[in-house]
Ligand binder design. Structure first.
Ligand SMILES: [Zn+2]
Length: 68
């Protein structure tokens, strides 16, 4: 039977650093459709505020929001 203490000398493999998260690809609205969209015609009731890295304008987020 192997001495369990023998395994203590085996170092755990170095954990790999987490891969960098892929940049989020934000869905973009069709510019013409967005231009015709009235942001005041829609109310976002969910948590649809700007996320970090979100390049969209408030109107574009509203326009693309399917949750509300
Ligand atoms: Zn919304």
């Amino acid at each position: 039977m192997a001495d369990p203490r023998a395994f203590l000398g085996v170092k755990a493999r170095k954990a790999k650093p987490a891969p960098p998260s892929a940049p989020i690809e934000w869905p973009r609205a069709d510019p013409a459709a967005l231009a015709a969209f009235d942001p005041s015609s829609k109310v976002c009731c969910m948590n649809c505020g700007p996320a970090s890295g979100d390049p969209r304008t408030r109107a574009e987020r509203l326009f693309l929001c399917d949750d509300c």
